[in-house]
Design a protein around this ligand. Structure first.
Ligand SMILES: [Zn+2]
Length: 258
């Protein structure tokens, strides 16, 4: 029995051709576009991109709907995706060209302060941060579902110009994966999206003795590892990696007990 409501099959090649044609048409008008080109099966291959995708998939509200976007993103159907502060705008080629917008709340200031506190002195350089070369503790807090950098479903609103608009259509789902792929290329966009300055994570935040709150004491990132190296060695001799005495006794332990 023929199903009238079943969409006609469109091959991958045909989808790609259609998307490329739509992109060329826009560029001919002198407009800049930022297409998403996924190579191979994996949508995302780096720490931040994969963490973004995993985070979204971890919510049951999204988990059922997101897979519909995977084919679209792999087919090159997201012909434009632009990440800005608290907003992502995109064009997705489906049976027609659809305009998608994802609005994301800026990161809560208290959460950001807490993240800065956790990361203080833990990230050696901008490259380490952007490449996700982080200690397991820093990584854990950064990607924490509730307290980390990524938005929760209630902090996100979607819109799409397609006629079959639901809470999340396949075009929006494709754009959400597209963000993950774009973070592979430029991880700093995640911080831009949440309206926070990632360079602040390279600063040292010191806790005043006796006070419950953290006060920022700024040391620019470039000098951080150097200064920190000296601090660790000079000011906390007991905290340096313990070296067992030649005779086997452990003086550090004895000192701590006093
Ligand atoms: Zn749609």
């Amino acid at each position: 029995m023929y199903r009238w409501d079943r969409p006609a099959y469109v091959s991958v090649g045909e989808r790609r051709r259609k998307a490329a044609k739509a992109a060329a048409k826009i560029m001919k008008k002198g407009k800049n576009i930022l297409p998403v080109n996924v190579q191979g099966r994996k949508i995302s291959t780096t720490f931040w991109g994969q963490a973004w995708c995993r985070h979204l998939e971890s919510f049951s509200d999204f988990a059922n709907r997101l897979p519909r976007g995977r084919t679209y993103i792999r087919n090159g159907s997201v012909i434009h995706l632009d990440i800005n502060t608290a907003k992502v705008e995109a064009l997705v080629q489906g049976s027609a060209l659809y305009k998608v917008a994802v609005e994301i709340k800026e990161l809560d200031r208290k959460k950001w302060s807490a993240l800065r506190g956790h990361c203080s002195g833990q990230i050696g350089s901008l490259i380490e941060l952007l490449q996700g070369r982080l200690s397991s503790e820093v990584m854990r807090v950064m990607i924490d579902q509730n307290q980390g950098l990524f938005p929760k479903p209630k902090e996100m609103t979607f819109s799409c110009s397609c006629p079959d608009w639901a809470v999340m259509c396949k075009h929006v789902a494709a754009v959400l994966y597209g963000i993950g792929h774009r973070l592979d290329l430029d991880p700093a966009l995640l911080f831009k999206l949440r309206n926070v300055d990632h360079l602040e994570l390279l600063e040292s935040v010191r806790v005043k003795p006796g006070s419950g709150c953290r006060k920022a004491h700024i040391i620019k990132g470039q000098d951080l590892s150097e200064i920190f190296g000296i601090d660790l060695a000079d000011s906390h001799p007991g905290a340096t990696p313990s070296r067992a005495d030649k005779d086997g006794s452990n003086k550090n332990k004895k000192l701590k007990k006093r």
